[in-house]
Design a protein around this ligand. Structure first.
Ligand code: M6R
Length: 608
């Protein structure tokens, strides 16, 4: 978690850092801070809470200079407070550090440094870093940082400045994202590209253990032996405007409405009627695929929920057994992995620590890894053999929407690709699904064109403390995602249940007025779901059904119905999730919640 940014150039560093931090606030917003170097003096300003609090502090106590580092924090070690905010400095206040990640052995280091006379101000793991750099400093900042990180276990992306070498900035990463922006007589570091896009489109995507030295002569990259590294420049082609709200009240709403385009973009050039599916960076051969006897889909949160849809779809089309796992569980449960296993990891950010750990575990056991991610050049993309990018564009809102629907599209494409390679289902059937996929963008736009009923229903849901989502088969997978969305942005407790499972216990919670949202888009399961709906309405529940055109008889059994356009059952998830994303959104707005930055959450979870 956390966002870091750094600047060296001719502009006012404070302004550049604040601008960069505003683009990184989605990574954490427990506190923000900057350290500025000016005429040999190192000044630190930091504040608990949102970036706006820091800006307020800077108004009354300004600081300017042409070199600086900044940070936006998601707390791990130590509560959110001014004291625990970054940047952290050494005891003498001569070295400042911003850090994203966790130093696992910080207790041992802290004890040892304390015995050497170093004084600690905060409860953070980070504070050992400037102290360590100080300990090793013998006139060369880069050398001291290299020695310091040798002592550290864990993950880090670091920006370091020092009063003793006031014209330099040092950066390094291990298991936490970091990029370097290449400008005209100015250079940047940042956790993520949007932070530098107002200034440059040319960046270096750092790998683990690559050290960066920035001074007035530009950027030099080194390995841990201080040998110079030659690195390719990555040119960013997407637009900075894409990361702005573009007229919508929130990023979440904007991203919900971007789904028709995101779906279309993700399918473009990959699915063409009458042609075999083309998945650019999936290199797995037909023979290798024949050898796969099991697929694990591993991910977290919304990406995991997409994986649940993936299981149904891959098993049904490609006829390969699939298990879906939560990444943080997978890595510690000694899963049975062989060289015949394919691990499909799904991650919007491509930086989720638990998902990355699953990748590494699978690779260590010789499994093949296929990544579905939205971020080009992300850690997941770099470490997987096969990558399928969701071309959803940057997703800023913490609550994932367009990333989810494009993950579903990616999973359909993979299932069809495998089906084509293996000949597991008839060509005619494959063609029908492809044609259905190509219609989804337009049908998504149709769902989004009329939201009155969902807005109305949201006002009712906002009054409730508990909401239940019910579905069977693929509808159950959507119930899980809808429930997560409602919880995370409206803080209403909700549960997703498989329609047939409710009667085994949870039905005890249903009483007069309980809010139930039931999905009935799966043709083969329609009647069974109607029976499950009856079970809750007879006990007094108010039911909203998400159904599809052609199933109007559902109206007799429920209070309200929202219809999605006619669609093959297997593809219904892409459409049925949309009214439920909107429901979560309007409930959160009705309750006055901060939709884009829900409490206790961060966009990218780069710690375990
Ligand atoms: O970047 P990732 O897809 O790996 O992130 C995984 C989860 O942290 C993420 O989906 C989270 O659950 C979202 N806030 C849900 O909206």
């Amino acid at each position: 978690m956390c966002g870091i940014v750094g600047y060296l150039g001719n502009k006012d560093a404070t302004k550049v850092l604040i601008d960069g931090l505003s683009k990184l606030e989605y990574r954490g917003y427990d506190s923000a801070g900057i350290a500025i170097m000016n005429e040999g003096e190192l000044s630190v300003r930091k504040r608990k809470g949102r970036l706006a609090n820091l800006e307020e502090q800077l108004e009354s106590n300004p600081v300017s200079g042409s070199i600086g580092i900044g940070h936006t924090r998601w707390a791990t070690h130590g509560e959110p407070s001014d004291r625990n905010s970054h940047p952290h400095t050494n005891t003498k206040g001569t070295i400042a550090v911003v850090h994203n990640g966790i130093i696992e052995n910080y207790m041992v280091l802290r004890e040892w440094l304390s015995s050497e006379g170093y004084k600690f101000q905060s409860e953070t793991d980070t504070e050992v870093i400037p102290q360590l750099v100080d300990y090793y400093y013998e006139g060369n900042l880069l050398e001291a940082v290299i020695k310091a990180v040798e002592k550290m276990h864990g993950s880090y992306a670091l920006g370091v400045v020092s009063k003793d070498e006031p014209d330099k900035m040092i950066a390094v990463r291990k298991d936490s994202p970091l990029i370097v922006g290449i400008g005209e007589k100015e250079s940047f570091i940042a956790s993520d590209i949007p932070a530098v896009l107002n200034y440059t489109r040319d960046v270096y995507l750092l790998e683990d253990n690559e050290f960066v030295l920035i001074d007035k002569d530009g950027i030099k990259l080194f390995d841990e032996n201080m040998d110079v590294i030659d690195k390719e420049v990555f040119h960013v082609t997407w637009n900075a405007d894409a990361a702005e709200k573009g007229g919508y009240d929130t990023f979440m709403l904007k991203e919900i409405y971007e789904q028709p385009k995101a779906i279309k973009d993700t399918l473009t050039s990959r699915v063409i009627k009458g042609e075999l599916i083309k998945l650019d960076s999936i290199k797995i051969t037909k023979e290798q695929l024949e050898n796969i006897d099991k697929i694990y889909i591993v991910a977290c949160g919304t990406a995991y929920n997409a994986g649940v849809v993936g299981k149904y779809v891959i098993e049904s089309l490609a006829k390969i057994p699939v298990e879906v796992d939560i990444a943080s569980e997978f890595r510690y449960r000694d899963p049975f992995i062989t060289d015949k296993t394919l691990l499909i990891v799904i991650s919007q950010s491509g930086e989720t620590a638990d998902t990355m750990a699953a990748v590494r575990l699978a690779k260590s056991k010789n499994a093949r890894v296929l990544a579905i991610t939205n971020v080009v050049g992300s850690s997941v993309a770099r470490e997987a053999e096969d990558v399928l990018y969701t071309w959803a564009g940057p997703e800023i809102a913490v609550a994932s929407t367009k990333a989810y629907t494009t993950m579903l599209i990616a999973l359909y494409m993979i299932a069809l690709y495998f089906a084509e390679q293996k000949g597991s289902i008839r060509e005619k059937e494959i063609e029908k699904i492809k044609s259905g996929l190509l219609d989804l963008s337009e049908k998504t736009a149709e769902v989004l064109s009329d939201t009155d009923a969902i807005e109305e229903f949201a006002k009712e849901v906002a009054k409730h403390k508990d909401v239940f989502f019910l579905g069977r088969g693929l509808d159950f997978a959507i119930a899980m995602e809808a429930s997560l969305k409602l919880k995370e942005i409206s803080y209403i407790h909700s549960e997703a249940y498989a329609g047939g499972e409710l009667k085994h216990g949870t039905i005890a919670l249903i009483e007069e007025g309980t809010a139930v949202i039931a999905l009935t888009t799966q043709s083969a399961l329609f009647e069974k779901m109607v029976s499950n709906i009856k079970e809750v309405t007879t006990r007094g529940a108010n039911v909203l059904a998400i159904s599809k055109e052609g199933y109007e008889e559902i109206q007799k059994s429920v209070d309200t119905t929202i219809y999605i356009p006619k669609v093959r059952s297997i593809l219904a998830p892409v459409l049925s999730v949309i009214p439920l994303q909107l429901l979560a959104y309007y409930v959160a707005v009705e309750k006055g919640c901060d939709v884009d930055k829900p409490r206790n959450l961060a966009k990218s979870v780069t710690v375990e």
